[in-house]
Design a binder for this molecule. Structure first.
Ligand SMILES: [Zn+2]
Length: 189
């Protein structure tokens, strides 16, 4: 797994500041190719999903579509990696100075615990997240921090649908849930 840390895209490469040379059709083809190459698995946290995964430009330049510059990233990791978007624009990510886990583990464990219905308060405690920090557009400042994807609603409704889809995948994987369904079935007899 690649190491994840809070960051932001260089403003020079933001889509409204750059002339994109790739057509929509070309991008769709490249996107499909990378999704298949990475087997739909987020390269930060190992989460696999058939929908909503993002093909990310490692150097932030949307015109650099060389395969080595592209990787599959899940919605949660994407929100932390683009912390300016996650914290400010979408308003769903909080930053902390301390954690007992790595940023990659914070993502994996948050997804797992939220899918199991744990509150943010409980998840924050279990992850040892302490000392909340403000977002600053500064790479060195952000790098040692931990991004926590909260249960708040993001400003973009699509993000909420995508995150809910991630939690749903985890719920379906849970053997405990399958057991519950069985118990329910038995009680009907
Ligand atoms: Zn991920």
């Amino acid at each position: 797994m690649k190491k994840l840390f809070p960051s932001f895209a260089n403003p020079d490469t933001w889509r409204n500041n750059i002339f994109e040379t790739t057509t929509k059709e070309q991008w769709q083809r490249i996107r499909e190719k990378i999704l298949k190459r990475d087997n739909f698995v987020c390269q930060y946290c190992g989460f696999k999903a058939d929908k909503w995964q993002i093909v990310h430009h490692i150097d932030g330049n949307p015109n650099n579509n060389q395969e080595a510059n592209l990787m599959v990233v899940c919605q949660m990791c994407n929100l932390v990696e683009h912390a300016g978007m996650g914290c400010i624009l979408q308003g769903i990510v909080d930053l902390y100075k301390k954690s007992e886990f790595t940023q990659n583990e914070v993502i994996i464990k948050t997804r797992e615990m939220r899918a199991n219905g744990k509150t943010d308060e409980k998840i924050i405690r279990e992850l040892g997240l302490e000392e909340k920090a403000e977002f600053q557009q500064d790479y060195n400042y952000l790098k040692p921090l931990f991004g926590f994807v909260t249960s708040r609603k993001a400003s973009d409704y699509k993000t909420n649908i995508a995150l809910e889809y991630e939690y749903e995948i985890i719920r379906k994987q849970k053997p405990a849930n399958r057991q519950q369904t069985k118990i329910g079935e038995y009680s009907k007899l």
